[in-house]
Design a protein around this ligand. Structure first.
Ligand SMILES: Cc1ncc(COP(=O)(O)O)c(C=O)c1O
Length: 441
C-alpha cells in the first residue's frame, strides 16, 4: 500500500446517517443496559466503517530489505538471530517473526519464555532463543518448547539439566558471559568462570550450543569498550576450547556492532573459517539484530554505508485547522505563543499513543511535503502543528510524525533526539491503542 489515503474510505459514504451515531442521552440514562454492546447495533454490524485518523503502518517489505542489507554488510556464513522481543520493538512480534523466519534467520530472539511460548503457540517451529534471564522454575517449559536459553548462572543451568533429564532430552544452553555489561551472565574473570565451567561440564543433559556476550557501547564507534569486551570474550572462548567445549554458535553483535564493527562477529571465530559447509558443526558467528532490522540506526548519526528503511511509519490526519492572531497561546502551560498571525493544525496524536511528550517544542511533522514545527506541549491525545508556512494544508491531510510517506522521510531517530531519548523507546511506546496498518508484503 503506497498511500495510506487510498486505504481510507470516503467519510461521506462510510457514515450514511451521522445522526444515528449520536446516542440519545435520555434513553441512555433510563436504560443502563444500553451501555452494554448490542450485537444488533449498526456499529456492531459494521455499518460504520472506521476511518483511521492515526496509524502506525508497518512494512514487512522494509524488514525484508533491512535483513538483506544487514546480511550484505556481514561476512558470508554469518547467521542472523532476528530480535523480535517486546512485540518486535512495537512492530508486531508475529509479523516480524514471520518475515524473519521466511528470510532464513537461524533464530528468533525473544526476551522471555512467555514470548517464546506465544510464538510456539501460533506455530513457529524454528529456532527460538530467549535472550533475557529466566528463573529456574521456567526451565521445564523452556525445555519442553525446545528453546535456546541464555544461561547466566548455575542455578538455572542445574534446573535446565534437571528438566532435560526428566524429559529425556538435552537443554539448549547459550552461555551468557558478562564481559562488562553488568546485567546478567557468568562473570568472565577466569577465577569466576573457570570453576563455573567445571560445574557446567558435569551436567550431562545440557547441550552447550552457544556462547554469547552483549556489548555496552557498540553504537559508539569511537569507544574502546567494544574492543575490550571482544578481547575479554575471546579469553572465555579460549577457556571453553581448552576444555573441549566448542559451541555451535558464537554471538555478541547487535545492531550497533553491525553498523560500526561489522567484522567483530566473525573475528570471534578463530578456527575453521574457510572450511564451513552445512555439515560443519561450527562454530558459526551469529548476530543478534534488532533495531537495524526495523530500519533504524543505533547511535547518534546514521551510517551512510548501510541503507536502512524504516519499517514503521507513524502518521495521522489533520483533524482541524484554525487561523489565530499573534500572541496566541497554545496547549498546557502556554509554553508556545505565536509571533505572527498563524495557522495551527490539530493532530490527533500524543503521548497516549506513544508520541513522546518530551519532544514538545522540538519535533516536527511533515505535511504536504513540508516541515511543520510542533507548537506547545504534546498532550495525551492532541498535538498542534504550526502550518503557517504550509498554506495549502487542509483538514484530512496526512501528517507524517516519523517513518516514510511516499518520498517524505522523517526518521524516528530525529524524534528520539528531540525527546532526549533513544529510538528503541519511541518505537516500543507506540501503544496498542494506535491502529496498526499493514503494508503489502
Ligand atoms: C542481549 C541482546 N542482544 C541483542 C539485542 C538487540 O539489540 P539491537 O536492537 O541494538 O540490535 C538486545 C536488545 O536489547 C539484547 O538485549
Amino acid at each position: 500500500m503506497e498511500n495510506p489515503q487510498s486505504a481510507i474510505p470516503n467519510p461521506q459514504s462510510a457514515i450514511r446517517n451521522p445522526q444515528s451515531a449520536i446516542p440519545n442521552p435520555q434513553s441512555a440514562i433510563r436504560n443502563p443496559q444500553s451501555a452494554i454492546p448490542n450485537p444488533q447495533s449498526p456499529i456492531s454490524r459494521g455499518v460504520f466503517q472506521r476511518i483511521p485518523r492515526l496509524w502506525a503502518r508497518v512494512s514487512p517489505r522494509a524488514i525484508r530489505r533491512n535483513l538483506a542489507a544487514i546480511r550484505s554488510r556481514l561476512p558470508r556464513k554469518t547467521a542472523l538471530a532476528a530480535v523480535v522481543k517486546s512485540d518486535a520493538y512495537g512492530h508486531g512480534m508475529q509479523l516480524a517473526a514471520r518475515v524473519a523466519a521466511s528470510e532464513g534467520c537461524a533464530f528468533l530472539a525473544v526476551i522471555s519464555v512467555e514470548e517464546a511460548a506465544a510464538l510456539r503457540d501460533v506455530g513457529f517451529d524454528c529456532g527460538i532463543l530467549v535472550i533475557g534471564p529466566i528463573e529456574p522454575w521456567q526451565a521445564t517449559e523452556a525445555v519442553a518448547l525446545d528453546l535456546g536459553v541464555f544461561t547466566g548462572n548455575l542455578e538455572v543451568a542445574q534446573a535446565l539439566d534437571d528438566a532435560a533429564r526428566e524429559q529425556n532430552t538435552r537443554a539448549r544452553v547459550h552461555l551468557k558471559i558478562d564481559t562488562g555489561m553488568g546485567r546478567f551472565g557468568f562473570q568472565d574473570a577466569p577465577e569466576e568462570f573457570g570453576p563455573a565451567l567445571d560445574r557446567l561440564l558435569q551436567l550431562s543433559h545440557l547441550n552447550l550450543e552457544g556462547a554469547a556476550t552483549h556489548f555496552t557501547m557498540a553504537d559508539e564507534p569511537q569507544s574502546e569498550c567494544t574492543r575490550e569486551q571482544t578481547r575479554r570474550f575471546r579469553l572465555v572462548l579460549r577457556m571453553l576450547e581448552a576444555r573441549g567445549v566448542r559451541p555451535r554458535w558464537i554471538h555478541a553483535a547487535n545492531s550497533g556492532t553491525i553498523v560500526h564493527f561489522p567484522n567483530t562477529a566473525f573475528s570471534l571465530i578463530q578456527t575453521g573459517l574457510v572450511m564451513y559447509d552445512d555439515a560443519d558443526p561450527g562454530p558459526y558467528p551469529l548476530v543478534r539484530a534488532g533495531l537495524a532490522m526495523y530500519g533504524v540506526y543505533p547511535g547518534p548519526e546514521p551510517e551512510a554505508a548501510l541503507e536502512l528503511e524504516p519499517a514503521m511509519t507513524l502518521g495521522c490526519r489533520i483533524a482541524d485547522i484554525r487561523g489565530v492572531p499573534t500572541g496566541f497561546s497554545v496547549s498546557y502551560a502556554g509554553t508556545f505563543k505565536t509571533t505572527r498571525p498563524s495557522r495551527l493544525a490539530v493532530l490527533p496524536v500524543g503521548y497516549g499513543c506513544g508520541y513522546p511528550r518530551h519532544a514538545s517544542g522540538k519535533a516536527e511533522a511533515i505535511i504536504r511535503g513540508r516541515r511543520a514545527p510542533l507548537a506547545g506541549r504534546i498532550t495525551m491525545n492532541i498535538t498542534v502543528a504550526d502550518v503557517t508556512d504550509v498554506p495549502e494544508a487542509r483538514v484530512g491531510d496526512t501528517a507524517l510524525l516519523f517513518g516514510r510517506e511516499g518520498s517524505d522521510l522523517l526518521r524516528v531517530e530525529e524524534v528520539a533526539r528531540a525527546a532526549g531519548t533513544i529510538p528503541y523507546e519511541v518505537l516500543c511506546n507506540v501503544g496498542r491503542c494506535t491502529p496498526r496498518l499493514l503494508e503489502e508484503d
